[in-house]
Design a protein around this ligand. Structure first.
Ligand code: NAD
Length: 261
């Protein structure tokens, strides 16, 4: 079964083969999608280009989402080379390391601005830029985390950013619904990636996760890819504005089950 045959997906956020965006791209490729990629900096190109080529993608373009002119240039190129797209994946977040440790009240003004700009505003900017390339409708998605709803140690300003990202997902879904474009967020459990390593205490939290969650296991890139595939495909044709948890059930818990010892 090829759920994305004839569809084109533009994926932002691959840094390496551990990236959630890569798990998503793999799943899309397995279901027949044509893929296109963007990477954040020259330094990442040597990692991203071979990955892109391994799934037959020839559109691999630089775009630092902090810059409107780079977003504009990327979508102009995408229009020329890809024509239209059906799926937009936003798997981008950034905060300075010093904001992801210690107390939240020490968040700096610049640290707050940067986290909101790169992790939230960029989704709005990319969604707006993608709109003219999606005249037949389509699916947009972003990646979020439960730290948006509940306090997680050291997640701090990124929790606030994820709350704003989830709210933005709902507003975008309302704007774009009449055009047949669905907008959703995947709330992922912890996965060992470059970004996750920036959150103080992540390793320990990751280790303990499998002992606590209902499914008693960590989540994988394939788990994320599977849900992204569902959101990209017509199987989820009436789903929009949602935050879909892919977290082995962590978010349903009030308190962890006592561990057997
Ligand atoms: P990652 O480091 O592999 O991906 C983050 C991506 O953001 C990288 O590709 C990086 O290049 C990109 N990025 C950062 N600044 C950018 C900029 N200015 N312009 C363009 N791109 C920029 O890590 P990941 O864990 O795969 O993160 C992807 C998304 O998943 C993020 O939104 C993250 O918050 C979210 N998420 C991750 C986890 C986890 O445990 N790993 C859990 C829940 C949600």
């Amino acid at each position: 079964m090829s759920l994305l045959e004839g569809k084109t997906a533009l994926v932002f956020g691959v840094a390496n083969d551990h990236s959630l965006a890569w798990g998503i791209a793999r799943a899309f490729h397995a279901h027949g999608a044509r893929l296109a990629f963007s990477y954040a900096s020259q330094a990442l190109e040597r990692r991203v280009r071979p990955l892109a080529e391994s799934v037959g993608a020839s559109f691999v373009e630089l775009c630092d989402v902090a810059h409107d002119d780079q977003i504009e240039a990327l979508f102009a190129k995408a229009k020329g080379e890809l024509g239209s797209i059906d799926v937009l994946v936003h798997a981008i977040a950034f905060a300075n390391r010093e904001e992801l440790q210690g107390t939240f009240y020490n968040t700096s003004r610049e640290g707050f601005r940067l986290a909101m700009d790169i992790s939230v505003y960029s989704f709005i900017a990319l969604a707006r830029a993608a709109l003219p390339l999606m005249p037949q409708g389509g699916s947009m998605m972003t990646l979020t985390y439960y730290g948006s709803e509940k306090v997680m140690p050291n997640y701090n300003v990124m929790g606030v950013a994820k709350a704003a990202l989830e709210a933005s997902t709902r507003y975008l879904a309302a704007d774009f619904g009449p055009r047949g474009i669905r907008v959703n967020a995947i709330s992922a459990g912890p996965v060992r990636t470059l970004s996750a390593a920036g959150v103080s205490g992540f390793k320990r939290m990751y280790r303990e996760f499998a002992n606590i969650v209902p499914l008693r296991r960590n989540i994988t890139l394939d788990d994320i890819g599977g849900t992204a595939l569902w959101l990209a495909s017509d199987l989820s044709a009436a789903v929009t504005g949602e935050v879909v948890f892919v977290d082995s059930g962590y978010n349903i818990l009030g308190a962890p089950a006592p561990t057997e010892s």
